[in-house]
Design a protein around this ligand. Structure first.
Ligand code: MF3
Ligand code: CO
Ligand code: CO
Length: 259
């Protein structure tokens, strides 16, 4: 936002954290990653998304942390489980996974007031060639985005790089949901677009923490939210995949905190 009368005095809302905060974030983010490692063997045909939610909830709370989604703006569960055409914010329920499904599990923990946010898309049993390709391209799209992050670079570099990569594969990038600043809050500035625009974006500076979390669709980029107020699905019912990491910027490096 602009403050004062002159556009020369531009002030960013993006928080800059110190090394004490970085140490806390490393712990929170490793726990979030550990939840995904823990849950992976349970992601098999016949298991319900409620069971996945319960197992993650117990793992998180038994490690002295709190699942950030639970009661966040009224979200009713501890993780998001987004199956097939669900883009993000899927609510765990009685649905039992079946062979051929893809499911994104998005974990955010609060450990000692610090947030770690990460997600992966898992394949259940034997998946179609399209599903396997989509999941692989989406995972690579996250790393293409991460590779575009440089201390003193710009946020616009991220979407530009992801767009170039995803276009080559003929998939589309969701525009309605974005990466975000994180730290001692869940969602803060900046908003990180996963698609290209003509905006350079703000400068990426040491001490910033943020996520990159591209959602890639096999069909068109459009989404809609179901009547439950949360579940975002592809408008054309095509498959959607997502991967997410939380990053920290230092003077000389980009640390992937959730890896
Ligand atoms: N973890 C999601 C993100 O990456 C946010 C989930 S909010 C919830 O930003 F309420 F749906 F859990
Ligand atoms: Co996030
Ligand atoms: Co997330």
């Amino acid at each position: 936002m602009w403050v004062g009368g002159s556009p020369a005095f531009y002030m960013s809302d993006i928080r800059i954290y110190d090394n004490v905060a970085l140490a806390k974030m490393r712990e929170a983010c490793i726990l979030a990653k550990d939840v995904l490692d823990f849950i992976e063997p349970y992601v098999v045909a016949g298991v319900s998304t409620n069971e996945i939610d319960k197992l993650c909830h117990e793992y998180i709370t038994s490690h002295n942390a709190v699942p950030a989604p639970l009661n966040y703006n009224g979200f009713p569960k501890s993780v998001c489980t987004s199956v097939n055409n669900v883009v993000c914010h899927g609510i765990p329920d009685e649905y039992k996974l079946k062979s051929g499904d893809i499911i994104n599990i998005d974990v955010t923990v609060i450990l000692n007031s610090w947030y770690g946010d990460t997600s992966r898309t898992f394949m259940v049993g034997e998946c179609s060639k399209l599903a396997r390709h989509l999941v692989e391209v989406t995972k690579q799209a996250l790393f293409v985005g991460i590779d575009a992050v440089k201390p003193y670079g710009h946020f616009g570099d991220i979407g530009k790089a992801i767009q170039k990569f995803v276009d080559k594969h003929g998939f589309s990038i969701v525009r309605d949901y974005c990466g975000h600043g994180i730290g001692d809050m869940f969602h803060g500035a900046p908003t990180i677009l996963h698609y290209a625009t003509n905006q350079k974006g703000e400068q990426i500076l040491p001490g910033m923490f943020f996520t990159i979390e591209p959602m890639i669709n096999a069909g068109g980029y459009k989404t809609k939210v179901l009547k439950d107020g949360w579940t975002a699905v592809t408008a054309d019912k095509s498959l959607s995949a997502q991967f997410e990491h939380t990053l920290a910027i230092t003077e000389t490096s980009v640390e992937i905190l959730t890896m």
